[in-house]
Structure formats: structure tokens, C-alpha cells
Design a protein around this ligand. Structure first.
Ligand code: GAL
Length: 683
């Protein structure tokens, strides 16, 4: 597929592989011997500096050197692709400023590799820069942290620039972190090379520098016990087209059995008192203020729900649900989707507002004689699946692409858009994720018209079928989709490439949201991609590689961003921590705030970030992030946040009121951790 930026190319299940798995088996002696072999040199006549550095490897074996790529570099966390020994991230010869380097590590920002030293080395040095494969694009910053202190920094390096030497003294050092940070808000084209990188070993050292997983700290979060008292959560506003099927499941927690009621429903809608599903058809355009009520053995709760009847009134708050891709990718099938829907109910997730159950790519079969799409054998009966999902009070989503083929190579919608919309409506589909793959084979261009056209065609097609289908664009942010996605009829649009469960990916995507918050609002949302908490793995799920604190930051920021909250994990294996992350009602209420004003970056320095968004009840949500690789204090003053006076502060991950604060807040935030606060008095 043609994507103008390198980083967001669809991962289609690519997962980091242990490229150095065998290394661990080697004896120390063998490691030393390998370490001291000589590297062939490829010297650049134009680059004397590089030549001098390359020359270091002519050192004799007695010199006690260990090359970086001889440690287990597969432990490198990075924002895109896999780390490669002696090759770039795209698996080409390491090349910077015209010089090919036979040795080194090819990675991609944001990248982090932790190394245990315990006095085994006296120094580390490398030549760093952006690989020539980006054709001059990219901007990064290489940083080395030794025992918790920034010991060296390359400064900002852009693509095409000559590599620069970086070195640190490691005498008696216990550990170090090699970092490559994106130099701007996106990680696109940040192909980073550590060339001719080596440790000078300490004479007589008993161990070698060893790559270790990035250090983790206990999650800054409290898991509260389940609340037996009834409470209503989720969206407080929902919309639908009059005359089309309407469905809304009242999300309510509390000791069971619960009895659900809805007063002042418009004619045409009824509530199921046992399941809480409101169904029917709205009679006409209008706005209804419905009083929801839930009663159980431990009391009752009520809350207003605004129902808006009208044309294009979907996604008035960000959609919440599940999508099959991040867990199952091509291994999805009808049973797994049905199981996910059941788990959404049985795990209690639906009771917190999750409603969509979305099938991603690989369900498609050939077109029939009339040109209508069919399913393949993994999905024997799509209509029956939709009925079953609907019977649970949930909604069904599906996936396609505007080109002839989907990203996974299955039949897609090109020149069959209306027929596909008709088929989806017949099946009972409620959500369409529409990719970009293979469209570039059928059209080319670069302006907004080119990018918007396939989405507009599908928008018109969806408008011609008698069913509300939420429309989600998946074209990775090309052509600044946030600027025109709403006009092209999108309810949400991906603004990044594919997420994966690495810190590099998460941090890169968070910073890509800087400056695009103003395009968000009820009915149209930036989509930083699906969640990677829980067991994810694109066909073969494993526990998320994100640390617990990174997962807290992930959920915190997806709530601050008003992002669609599409769970990406295996719903049948939810552990307590994952459930607690996904069911923090106070955080979810920020995501679902009906005003839909999305967080903006207030402050950013040295890895500390402060984000703020106003909420419809007059309070403010504030996230304090530690994007750095050391514990640090992160704070914000009322002046920075535009606040005044003594204000109550509540910590939403500790579920604790922190009392009145007059000037600001400050917290010690763990590495890659987040503090989520609600500040001010609710109206
Ligand atoms: C990618 C998309 C993924 C997934 C995949 C299916 O382009 O970003 O989220 O949908 O295609 O092939």
C-alpha cells in the first residue's frame, strides 16, 4: 500500500521477535571471543569523523571491547518495527550521510534499551544519526542515561545529517539506558542508528554488559473493591436517525439483580427492565430528556440521558467497545467475536459503557454473482452473529477498505460501496471501520480531494441505507485528516499508524496528538488507535508488553483525548488489573464528557507533560505525565492551568480526595506513569 510516511505502515501482526534469542545460550568465554572479533570497515572518504570512529574496531582482541549488537538487543522497546543488529530498522545496511556501517543497532524512535553494567564497562561510545533510508526525513535526539542521570545527549539530529559521536564514562556504573526520542510530535521517519557502538570492558570484570527489560515500578493506582450500590455510567447523550433501529444499553453497576427503568422515553422506544436495553425507533427529529433509573438489593440510582433524534447524530460521545485486530488479527472468527460479546456482558465491561463489538479485517469472502460481498468460512452466518450481539444489548461493527483489497488482502469495497453498505445494513451492522489499503492502486494524488474521495463515496452509500452505521476512517492521518474528516462524514478518524504494545509506540502516539485537539467534538473524534492493555498479540495474544504504569498512562490519555475506547485484548482472559484499568468510571466519565472538549498540552519539559481539558460540570481534568526515564516530580500551577482560588482536587487512579489546593499540584510520578486529577467543584 502507498503511505507517505514510514512509521504508520500497518503492522498486520508484526510483533517484535527475539532476534538474539540464541545469544543467551553462549558461554561467557564465547561472548568475549565474539566481542573481540574485528569488523570489516566501509569507510566514507567524505566523512573523516566517521572514519576515525570506525577505526576503533581495528583494536586488537586484547582491547576488551563488546559491541552493542552483541547483547540482547531484542529487548529494545521501539515505536515501530523491530531492532536489527548491523542493519537499519527496515533491514537495510546501516547507512548515514553516505557511509555504510557494517556494525551497530538499527532502531526506531521512540526507542529504549536498558543495560545492566554492574561495573563491567568503563565507557560506551557510538556514532549516532538517522539512517539514509528516510531520504533526509526524520528528527531525533539520542540520549544516554547512566544510573538515573542524563550522561550524554546528541542534540537534535535530522535525516541526511552526518552522524555524531556520543560517548559516556561508565566507570563503576550500575546501569544505563540508551534512548532515541522523537524530535517532533510524530515518530514518522525516525529511523535511528547506533553505529560502531561498543563498550570498553573493565579490566578483570566478572560479568558483561547485559540487556535487561526496561525497569518497571509498581503501578500508581489503587484497585477499589466492587461497589454494591447501583450506579449508572457511560454516555449521558446518544443520537440516532428517526425511523432507524435504535439501541442503547443502560450501563449500570451494583449488586445484582438490577431492575432497569427509563422514564419519559419518546414514543417508539421501550426499555427491557431485565437487561437495560432500550430499543425501538425514534418517531421524529427532536431532543428527549429521559430519566434512567436502576434499582437493586443495595439501593437505586438515577441519571438523565439525552436522546437526540436527527440526521448524522451518531457518536455524540466517543464510541466504546472492542475490536478484534489487536488480539486476533487474521485468527478472528465468528466464535471469537461471539465470545468477546459474551465477555463484554459477563465481565461487567458493558456495565461501564462498552457497547460495540467490532470485527476487523479477514472476515471477507468472494463477491456473489450480483456483486454482493459474502463472508469466508470463518464467519458462517454474519446475520445470526449480529442478532446474537444485538440480543445482548450490544452493537456489531465490521471492517473494509476503499481499494479492491483490504490490508490483509481480502476483497474490499472498491466500486461496490453501495452494495456493501446495503449488505452491512441487511446483516445488522452498526459500525464500519474503513481503511485505505490498496486504494492507492486505483487513484493517485496528494490533495484533500484525493484523500477524502473514497470516504465521501462510502459516506454517500451509508446514507442510502436505512440503518445508522457509525463511520470510522482508518487512513493513519494522511492529508491531516482531522482538518476535513468531519466534512467527509467521518465519526472518527485514525490520526496515527498502527499502535503496538511498546512504550515507543505509545509515547509517539501521545505526542502526535499535540495541537490537533481542536478538531474534536461531539460526532467527530480523532482516533489514536485501539487499546493495547490486557492480552494482545495480533493472532497470538500475550500480556501487553507495556508496563503497568504505561498502561495507566495509555488509559489516562485516551480518556483525556476523547479517543474511541476500543479494547484490543482477548476478552476471555481479562485479569483484575486490566479490568480495573478499563472500568475506572471516573476516568471514563472524562472520555465520555458530553461537551467533548479535548485535552491540550499545557506544559512539556524534560519528559514532564501536563495536559488539561475542561469538563461540562465546570471542573477540569488534568493529566500529569512522566514521559522521561527517571522518577521525577511533575506539577502544574493554577496559573498555568488558568485556574484560581482554593480548589478541591481528586486523584482518579488513587480514588482519593486530596483536599483543597490554592496554588497548584505536584507529584512524584513513576517512570512512564501518569496522575489523573479532577480539579474544581462540580456544578
Ligand atoms: C491496518 C489497520 C489496522 C487493521 C489492519 C487490518 O491498516 O491500521 O488497525 O485494521 O489494517 O488489515
Amino acid at each position: 500500500m502507498t503511505i507517505p510516511i514510514s512509521a504508520p505502515a500497518p503492522s498486520r501482526g508484526r510483533i517484535r521477535t527475539a532476534s538474539f534469542a540464541g545469544l543467551a545460550l553462549l558461554s561467557t568465554a564465547l561472548l568475549y571471543a565474539t566481542a573481540l572479533q574485528q569488523a570489516p570497515l566501509h569507510l566514507c572518504p567524505r566523512c573523516m569523523e566517521a572514519a576515525q570512529w570506525s577505526g576503533i574496531f581495528q583494536a586488537s582482541p586484547q582491547n576488551g571491547k563488546l559491541r552493542l549488537e552483541q547483547i540482547n538487543i531484542s529487548l529494545t522497546e521501539q515505536g515501530y518495527g523491530t531492532p536489527h543488529a548491523d542493519k537499519s530498522v527496515d533491514n537495510k545496511p546501516l547507512t548515514m550521510h553516505g557511509t555504510v556501517y557494517s556494525r551497530g543497532l538499527g532502531t526506531h524512535a521512540n526507542s529504549a534499551l536498558a543495560i545492566r553494567l554492574n561495573g563491567s564497562a568503563t565507557s560506551f561510545q557510538a556514532l549516532v544519526g538517522i539512517d539514509d533510508e528516510t531520504n533526509g526525513k526524520g528528527l531525533v535526539d539520542f540520549e544516554i542515561i547512566v544510573d538515573g542521570r542524563v550522561a550524554a545527549n546528541s542534540g537534535l539530529l535530522h535525516g541526511g545529517q552526518a552522524p555524531v559521536p556520543i560517548s559516556v564514562n561508565l566507570a563503576r556504573a550500575r546501569q544505563m539506558l540508551l534512548l532515541v526520542k522523537a524530535g517532533r510530535s510524530s515518530i514518522d521517519f525516525d529511523h535511528a542508528d547506533w553505529a560502531n557502538a561498543f563498550f570498553t570492558l573493565a579490566p578483570g570484570a566478572k560479568s558483561l554488559p547485559t540487556a535487561v527489560p526496561i525497569p518497571t515500578e509498581p503501578p500508581r493506582m489503587v484497585i477499589p473493591p466492587p461497589n454494591p450500590h447501583p450506579a449508572i455510567h457511560g454516555a449521558a447523550i446518544t443520537g440516532a436517525t428517526p425511523g432507524y433501529p435504535f439501541r442503547f444499553l443502560i450501563p449500570a453497576t451494583g449488586q445484582k439483580p438490577l431492575y432497569y427503568a427509563a422514564h419519559h422515553l419518546p414514543a417508539g422506544l421501550t426499555v427491557n427492565h431485565v437487561t437495560g436495553a432500550i430499543t425501538g425507533r425514534l418517531p421524529h427529529k427532536g431532543v428527549w430528556h429521559v430519566e434512567l433509573a436502576v434499582a437493586g438489593p443495595r439501593g437505586h440510582a438515577d441519571r438523565m440521558l439525552t436522546i437526540v433524534g436527527g440526521w448524522h447524530k451518531l457518536a455524540l460521545t466517543p464510541p466504546m467497545g472492542w475490536n478484534s485486530w489487536n488480539s486476533w488479527a487474521g485468527n478472528v472468527n465468528q466464535q471469537r467475536v461471539e465470545d468477546a460479546a459474551k465477555a463484554m456482558i459477563n465481565s461487567g465491561l458493558a456495565a461501564h459503557g462498552y457497547q460495540y463489538v467490532n470485527i476487523d479485517d479477514t472476515w471477507e469472502g468472494p463477491r456473489d454473482k450480483q456483486g454482493f460481498i459474502t463472508t469466508n468460512k470463518k464467519f458462517p452466518n454474519m446475520a445470526a452473529l449480529a442478532r446474537s450481539v444485538h440480543a445482548m444489548g450490544l452493537k456489531l461493527g465490521i471492517y473494509s477498505s476503499p481499494g479492491p483489497f483490504t490490508c490483509a488482502g481480502y476483497p474490499a469495497s472498491y466500486r461496490h460501496e453501495l452494495q456493501d453498505a446495503q449488505r452491512y445494513a441487511q446483516w445488522g451492522v452498526d459500525y464500519l471501520k474503513y481503511d485505505w489499503c490498496s486504494y492507492g492502486q486505483k487513484a493517485n494524488g496528494s490533495g484533500v480531494e484525493y484523500f477524502a474521495k473514497p470516504y465521501w463515496i462510502m459516506r454517500k452509500s451509508l446514507d442510502m441505507v436505512p440503518r445508522d452505521i457509525l463511520f470510522s476512517f482508518c487512513q493513519y492521518g494522511m492529508g491531516d485528516v482531522w482538518k476535513w474528516g468531519a466534512r467527509a462524514g467521518g465519526n472518527c478518524w485514525r490520526d496515527t499508524g498502527d499502535i503496538n504494545d511498546s512504550w515507543g509506540s505509545l509515547s509517539g502516539i501521545i505526542n502526535r496528538q499535540i495541537g490537533i485537539n481542536q478538531y474534536n467534538g461531539p460526532g467527530h473524534w480523532n482516533d489514536p488507535d485501539m487499546l493495547v492493555v490486557g492480552d494482545v498479540g495480533w493472532g497470538n495474544p500475550h500480556p501487553s508488553h507495556l508496563t503497568p504504569n504505561e498502561q495507566i498512562m495509555h488509559i489516562t490519555m485516551w480518556c483525556m483525548f476523547s479517543a474511541p475506547l476500543l479494547i484490543g485484548c482477548d476478552m476471555t482472559h481479562l485479569n483484575k488489573f486490566t479490568l480495573a484499568l478499563l472500568t475506572n468510571d471516573e476516568a471514563l466519565a472524562i472520555n465520555q464528557d458530553p461537551m467533548g472538549v479535548t485535552a491540550h498540552l499545557v506544559y512539556q519539559k524534560g519528559g514532564a507533560e501536563v495536559w488539561e481539558r475542561p469538563l461540562s460540570d465546570g471542573t477540569h481534568a488534568v493529566a500529569l505525565l512522566n514521559m522521561g526515564d527517571m522518577d521525577q516530580k511533575v506539577g502544574a500551577t493554577w496559573a498555568q492551568l488558568g485556574l484560581k482560588g482554593k480548589l478541591p482536587v481528586r486523584d482518579l487512579w488513587l480514588h482519593k480526595n486530596l483536599g483543597l489546593k490554592q496554588y497548584g499540584v505536584s507529584f512524584k510520578v513513576p517512570i512512564h506513569g501518569a496522575v489523573l486529577l479532577k480539579i474544581g467543584k462540580a456544578r
